[in-house]
Design a protein around this ligand. Sequence first.
Ligand code: FPP
Length: 265
Amino acid sequence: MSRQLATSADQIESRRCPDGLDPSKLPGHIAVIMDGNGRWANARGLPRVMGHRAGVEALKTTLRLCNDWGIGALTAYAFSTENWSRPGEEVNFLMTLFERVLQRELNALESEQVRIRFLGDLEALPPRLQALIADATERTASNRGIHFNVCTNYGGRRELVRASRRLAERVASGELQPSQIDENALAAELYTVGERDPDLLIRTSGEQRISNFLLWQLAYAEIHVTEVCWPDFGADALLSALTDYQSRRRRFGGLDGVMPDVLGS
Ligand code: FPP
């Protein structure tokens, strides 16, 4: 692990599945709503944006732990289609933060074999950020480690509208029959194409909402809500989430022991 991606060494040690967890029952894909940055900062008398800066460290920790523990994919909600309505200063800070983090961490992500993709309407992002995203996506595309998806200018409803429109265009062009539209066809038009659906959704800071995140993909995810604000989310909080996840009986609408095929690719 390069030093750039590494955070506090005592909190993170390189290892596979930690003691107490069943390695055969780890989630293949974790989605996370990184909430509570502003409250974390307010509670310390800091400007809200300092919460976002601290949130980057928590994200690096979480990504590294998931990669070390053999979790296949981590999808983080970094900026929603609704987040543009925040004060301009905060939006600009976040865009610059994304740029800086990408510049600073790309080498580490590459050497850690992380495959990074940005999901959302990327054309609305500042051109410099778009260029960094394109570079990072290309440079890590063939990496074999964790799939790290950063939802940026992402909205679940907008994603579904976009997918519907793309299907309609294919029908209009004669490429597709309406009868060929099924769950697989729709999933193939989502930003997450090729990724299995999340098994576990983690939301920090106590809010019990989905907030327009992965509306299709979270259909059967287990939901873990923690009171911890995102900047304080670390190894202990992740371990609690995984322990909680492993205590659940997933039935996917069926019966115990019978697993319908609903998890996506
Ligand atoms: C929600 O907390 C958090 C965000 C809207 C931004 C999250 C972004 C990061 C942690 C940076 C990630 C960086 C990269 C490069 C992927 P909030 O501001 O809504 O908190 P509050 O509910 O306490 O106000």
